[in-house]
Design a protein around this ligand. Structure first.
Ligand SMILES: Cc1ncc(COP(=O)(O)O)c(C=O)c1O
Length: 359
């Protein structure tokens, strides 16, 4: 066999690989997975039946335009159907946004630490990442992000709430930031955890999109709606951007099962609201308990909490796993822990208590 290999793009050298949350090992000590910000609930009522019915037709390609889902979303948000673009999870749509806007010589700004896919998909596009550190309180530093804009900036991610810290940016600071962004730079409001927000000062990105042509909102069915495994997310954006998303979409990327499950989930809204409410109650209980134990935890508006543990991150994650829950360590920085089943949250709180006491 020849010694030469096909030439690959230089951008792929040294690309960080996406580290998925570790699963709970079958038969291992860790029975609960709190490492991927998933929803602990089973599918919403009616969704399994819908999926079973769609499954009987998977010898056929799906509806490439996601017509029914797009129409349902357009009606729900009060936007033209042409402003809705679907994709294989919101990370898939984010990658399409980069393909549509950015390439070699361009710059993409985002806070850091934030969603770990941003550096990966930016690198793949050929553009350069401009990472702006979070404030000491683990919040987006929007002034510094605006200062970082240059003639090369093509796209800015604002992750609200931020993954992995759960922190939010509020209406007035976001509006002030947007006023400083040139109209030809796309601002992507990544609202993967929107449904868990209870702080009324946090704006709904869709309302901001209505006022600004350079704002695009990303949402997903993976978190509150519990369809992470089916891979469906969407953007709401003005016509030129939404049209570009249709051009960059992987043909037939969203399966018919995913499309039908998403529509059925939207129609099970009452149950969804109840479940999200229960998770928010659990989040509040966990936050209160952590603070009572003496931890300093940033205020979270998502379905996870962030503990800045520095060098203790890995030993803490190991202690959690031994106790029965898998969490998401970012070595040297901190641990992100998803709010899961009550029993799982209780195990986590036992570990944090032991850690505080140095046990
Ligand atoms: C902030 C943020 N955006 C987007 C995503 C992608 O979710 P999905 O591709 O499942 O829609 C995630 C998933 O963890 C996330 O945390």
């Amino acid at each position: 066999m020849s010694e030469t290999s096909p030439k690959l793009r230089a951008e792929l050298e040294g690309i960080p690989t996406y580290k998925p949350g570790k699963p709970a090992a079958a038969g291992g000590p860790a029975a609960y997975k709190l490492s991927s910000n998933e929803n602990p609930y089973p599918p919403l009522p009616g969704v399994m039946e819908t999926v079973a019915a769609s499954a009987s037709a998977f010898n056929r390609y799906p509806d490439m335009a996601c017509t029914a889902l797009t129409a349902e979303l357009a009606e729900r948000f009060g936007v033209p159907a042409s402003h809705v673009a679907t994709g294989t999870g919101s990370v898939g749509v984010a990658q399409q946004l980069l393909q549509a806007t950015s390439g070699p010589g361009d710059e993409v700004i985002y806070a850091w630490r934030s969603f770990e896919a941003y550096p990966i998909i930016t690198r793949i596009s050929g553009a350069a990442s401009v990472q702006v550190p979070l404030t000491p309180g683990d919040v987006h530093d929007l002034d510094a992000m605006a200062d970082a804009i240059t003639d090369r900036t093509r796209l800015i991610f604002v992750c609200n709430p931020n993954n992995p810290t759960g922190t939010v940016v509020r209406r007035s600071e976001l509006e002030r930031f947007l006023d400083r962004v040139p109209g030809d730079v796309l601002v992507v409001l990544d609202e993967a955890y929107r449904e868990f927000i209870r702080d009324t000062e946090v704006p709904d990105g869709v309302e901001i999109y209505r006022e600004r042509r350079n704002v695009c909102v990303l949402r997903t069915f993976s978190k509150a709606y519990g369809l992470a495994g089916l891979r469906v997310g969407f953007a709401i954006a003005h016509e030129p951007v939404a049209a570009a998303l249709r051009k960059t979409a992987v043909p037939f990327g969203v399966s018919q099962i995913a499309q039908d499950a998403a529509v059925a989930s939207l129609r099970a809204e009452d149950e969804l609201i109840g479940r999200v409410g229960s998770l928010v109650c659990e989040r509040n209980r966990v936050m209160d308990a952590l603070r009572t134990q003496g931890w300093t935890v940033p205020e979270t508006q998502a379905n996870f909490v962030w503990l800045r543990l520095g060098e203790s991150t890995v030993p803490f994650a190991q202690a959690c796993e031994q106790a029965g829950v898998v969490v998401r360590p970012f070595p040297g920085e901190g641990v992100r822990v998803t709010i899961g089943e009550t029993e799982a949250n209780d195990i986590f709180l036992k570990v944090t208590e032991g850690f505080r006491k140095g046990v």
